[in-house]
Design a protein around this ligand. Structure first.
Ligand code: ZN
Length: 276
């Protein structure tokens, strides 16, 4: 008995409490937007004298870009939440959000948009541009399209860019297009948004990506039915990077190199727009 008691005691004694997680649990994406502002600093020790910025960090430009990665990884598990109707502009309502599409081999759009947005964010942050993402991670639910628009509006963003990929089963359908709200519902949806959409179209096309063969015209698509664009009071555009059902584009989207290529040309186009 004693031996057993000792063994039990010893067993209990070696147990240690579960460590406090150093990373907080994933939050619902409908909470405050994530701010990705400062690129990783170099590992220099602090100095008492004033320090020049690390070589990779440009001075702050004062510009704010809201990046809106389409959909979210948790949407498919919460149909009640994402199917609820929310204001979508022009007197209409639409579902809060959707699950998005996927490649034929199952690489999901939400993962693509999240990864590309992270890469764009890194590139813009390195140029001194403040970046706000409309969701914190790729495991949450939502936010709804009206909440996504509100994030850009409340940030008084200089540009709001939504990132998506399409899922058309039409034979041969491929290429990217950039959507903007039309007819415009406010001044920012007029020339500023068409200039942003055009800068994105020009930049992505110059980066070697073909314009859509099946939607819009010359890579531009005026739309009246996209809630996030309708509700924006800032210059806003939505990039459909390509067709996830097209084998070649699916392969590019599912590869890190491909996603980096999309991100690089989109980041450059946003910079060009902000400088123009
Ligand atoms: Zn989408």
């Amino acid at each position: 008995m004693v031996a057993i008691g000792l063994v039990l005691f010893t067993a209990c004694g070696v147990e240690t409490p579960a460590p406090t997680p150093s990373i907080p649990p994933a939050q619902s994406a409908s909470s405050a937007p994530a701010t990705s502002s400062v690129p990783p600093s170099s590992a220099k020790p602090p100095s008492s004298t004033s320090q020049p910025p690390p070589p990779t960090q440009q001075p702050k430009t004062g510009k704010v870009v809201v990046l809106d990665p389409g959909h979210n990884g948790g949407n498919s598990g919460r149909p009640g939440e994402i199917n609820k109707q929310v204001p979508a502009g022009r007197g209409k309502t639409k579902p809060c959000n959707t699950t998005g599409t996927a490649t034929n081999s199952g690489y999901p759009e939400h993962a693509f948009t999240w990864d590309v947005s992270q890469r764009i964010s890194e590139a813009l942050s390195a140029k001194g541009i403040r970046v706000i993402l409309t969701r914190r991670n790729d495991t949450g639910v939502g936010p709804c399209v009206d909440e996504r628009a509100a994030i850009g509006n409340e940030a008084n963003a200089d540009a709001v860019v939504s990132i998506h990929a399409d899922g058309s089963n039409s034979a041969g359908a491929h290429g990217f297009h950039v959507a903007y709200s039309a007819p415009p519902l406010n001044a920012q949806q007029g020339e500023p948004s068409t200039k942003l959409a055009t800068a994105l179209r020009d930049g992505i096309r110059a980066g070697g990506f073909p314009t859509s063969t099946y939607l819009g015209s010359n890579g531009l698509a005026p739309r009246a039915d996209l809630g996030g664009l309708n509700l924006s009071t800032r210059p806003a555009a939505l990039v459909e990077c390509g067709n996830m059902r097209n084998a070649a584009e699916a392969a590019a989207m599912a590869s890190e190199e491909g996603r980096q290529s999309y991100a690089a040309v989109i980041a450059k186009a946003i910079e060009d727009y902000l400088a123009g």
